[in-house]
Design a protein around this ligand. Structure first.
Ligand SMILES: [Fe+2]
Ligand SMILES: [Fe+2]
Length: 170
């Protein structure tokens, strides 16, 4: 493959796990923020979540789709749908509002639960299915996709068009 899949590329599973911790820290910051900071902190967390979810759906999940991972992947896609719906709602709301606080709490809890599911069920299965070289190749491809989405600006705005049903699993 191309340069982005060279040896120093990051293993996809390691990269996604590190991003989970990063996003959890960002959501914690939003929760602890004051009214003045909340909007921009939430926008940054929503961008990060959107880029992560989209790179999983477009690149990682299709690449690790096997009979034994299918149930976990389909459940994950439904969890992504739920996260996208919550994000789309929250992006329309006033972050200083009480209703925002309640819905944000649900987003934070569901995100943490989803990360736990991926790390405890899906990722261990992936480590058995594909080798390190392919994981690095996927890590490079996902990072490139995330950077592309970031360059387009405000990736979070895309979730509102993806709330009708779960993404397909090719
Ligand atoms: Fe993830
Ligand atoms: Fe995910």
């Amino acid at each position: 493959m191309s340069d982005q899949t060279s040896n120093n590329a990051t293993d996809a599973v390691e990269m996604l796990t590190a991003q989970h911790r990063e996003m959890e820290a960002m959501l914690k910051q939003v929760k602890e923020s004051d009214d003045a900071q909340r909007k921009s902190l939430f926008a940054a967390a929503a961008d990060k979540l959107t880029m992560h979810i989209k790179s999983e759906e477009e690149i990682f999940y299709p690449a690790v789709h096997r009979a034994r991972t299918e149930d976990d992947l389909l459940e994950s896609l439904e969890e992504h749908l739920s996260l996208k719906r919550l994000l789309a709602d929250l992006l329309e709301m006033d972050p200083a509002d009480k209703a925002f606080e309640a819905k944000f709490k649900v987003l934070k809890e569901q995100t943490e639960h989803h990360h736990e599911e991926e790390e405890e069920k899906l990722f261990p299965a992936v480590l058995k299915i594909i080798g390190e070289d392919q994981r690095k190749e996927l890590g490079g491809q996902m990072l490139a996709r995330q950077e592309e989405l970031a360059m387009q600006g405000k990736p979070r705005t895309e979730v509102k068009d993806e709330t009708a049903s779960a993404a397909p699993l090719p």
